[in-house]
Design a protein around this ligand. Structure first.
Ligand code: NAG
Ligand code: NAG
Ligand code: NAG
Ligand code: NAG
Ligand code: NAG
Length: 230
């Protein structure tokens, strides 16, 4: 009994926050996951995962270890982007459930990226979730777009039973998960220097949100369709 009493405060809050499984993460250190921008791994890997250039999509397979999660997918072009993940690939999603969660075909068209990709183009994917005590949790994967790869072959790409995700709506969709809570609301105290302090339900049309966005409408329709069938 005494042992249990002593040990319990030392137990980790969660076994793991999330893992980025494909493309392969730079590394994984549970304790450093709250460290922006790449969970404690600041140096790009020399071993990049090749992504099929002509497929124009990026599969991303992660595993949730929190039962409710806000998750964002960002991309930086270049060989060593530092913390400049300035391409947002998806609206921020609100996910429920534990285990594997794969988006098989995040669109990478030139409209999304603002530029055309070319053979040998290096890039880094950043996956962000909301942190346990505010802030975010981060994992990065270094990739290279290759014309000699014709099909992306993730080691696994499926959704665990009970895992589902829908894009947040309104301003929550453009709020990166490190500034969001699991429900999509702004973290208290975050962004107060630059935001106008609007409530999560306020509208922001025409606000000129400086994010490049993927084919959100298509994704949203697909996701909502899936939910409607439940
Ligand atoms: C390089 O990455 C590939 C794919 O992630 C992996 O299978 C392989 O083991 C890695 N090789 C080294 C030397 O790290
Ligand atoms: C891409 O990154 C690799 C190291 O991972 C580097 O050797 C190569 O020169 C880079 N390619 C370009 C086009 O910068
Ligand atoms: C992203 O950052 C790169 C490197 O600074 C820059 O060349 C590019 O124009 C930026 N893209 C956007 C959409 O801000
Ligand atoms: C997993 O679920 C998301 C939405 O909840 C969906 O967009 C995606 O296509 C699913 N992945 C697979 C492999 O079916
Ligand atoms: C959250 O992550 C985004 C994407 O990398 C970054 O631009 C932003 O500065 C981060 N916000 C904070 C408060 O660290």
């Amino acid at each position: 009994m005494r042992t249990a009493f002593i040990l319990s405060p030392l137990l980790p809050i969660a076994a793991a926050h999330f893992t980025l499984d494909w493309p392969a993460a730079r590394g994984f250190d549970e304790d450093k996951m709250p460290t922006f921008p790449c969970g404690g791994f600041n140096t790009p890997s020399s071993n990049r995962t090749s992504i099929a250039l002509d497929a124009n999509v990026l599969p991303v397979d992660i595993t949730f270890h929190h039962s409710q999660t806000a998750v964002s997918y960002l991309l930086a072009l270049g060989s060593n982007p530092g913390d400049n993940f300035n391409i947002t690939l998806e609206p921020t999603l609100g996910a429920h459930g534990l285990g594997e969660f794969c988006l098989p075909s995040i669109p990478l068209d030139s409209k999304t990226l603002g530029v055309s990709l070319h053979d040998g183009q290096n890039a880094t994917l950043q996956v962000v979730t909301d942190g346990d005590n505010g802030g975010g949790l981060f994992a990065c994967a270094d990739i290279v777009f290759s014309s000699s790869v014709t099909t992306n072959t993730p080691t696994s790409c499926k959704n665990n039973t009970g895992v589902e995700a829908t894009p947040f709506s309104g301003s929550a969709a453009t709020r990166i998960a490190n500034e969001s809570d699991a429900n999509g609301a702004a973290q208290s105290g975050s962004g107060t220097a630059t935001s106008s302090g609007t409530s999560p339900t306020s509208t922001s049309q025409g606000a000129g949100v400086p994010l490049q966005t993927a084919s959100w409408g298509i994704l949203g329709a697909a996701v909502l369709g899936g939910v409607a069938m439940l």
